[in-house]
Design a protein around this ligand. Structure first.
Ligand SMILES: [Zn+2]
Length: 157
């Protein structure tokens, strides 16, 4: 079963439907983010992921995300090189599903040991990779600089 979308009369898109896809996508995304970030999520993360999940539900994207995830997992299992085109790096859902390794959140520190997170809203830093070294205030591990500050609008329009 599929939905059919017609864009400007030139392209017909058939999107597979799956009644459980929205719940499955939400569970996979949240469990992946929970493995990296402390609960409750900071507002920056919770607002972003809710916005993306709502958009996915509204437009029926969940089966596409899940199919994408399976393709990437298969490619990795067979050591098949792959290269993503487009703006997938701007999607927190894609990041959480392992479709891309680019974290689109604003620059931030995160602790891989205790999941501490601290966002840095400073125009001086466009990427979390350039954040100065810092030690976790909770567990004293060296914090990881992450986040490429990509807006979801550049992915889904
Ligand atoms: Zn820590």
């Amino acid at each position: 079963m599929s939905n059919t979308g017609n864009i400007s009369g030139y392209l017909e898109i058939k999107i597979p439907t799956d009644a459980k896809a929205d719940d499955k996508l939400k569970n996979l995304v949240l469990s992946s983010l929970e493995a990296k970030y402390c609960l409750p999520f900071p507002e920056t993360i919770s607002k972003r992921i809710q916005e993306e999940l709502d958009t996915s539900t509204r437009f029926g994207y969940a089966p596409i995300y899940l199919a994408h995830r399976e393709i990437i997992r298969s490619a990795e299992n067979y050591d098949f090189p792959f290269y993503l085109i487009g703006a997938n790096g701007a999607s927190l859902i894609d990041y959480a599903l392992g479709i891309t390794n680019i974290n689109p959140l604003p620059p931030h520190y995160r602790c891989e040991k205790c999941k501490y997170v601290e966002f840095v809203f400073d125009d001086q830093f466009d990427t979390g990779f350039l954040l100065p070294d810092k030690i976790c205030p909770v567990c004293s591990e060296k914090l990881l600089g992450d986040g490429q500050n990509l807006h979801v609008e550049s992915f889904i329009g």
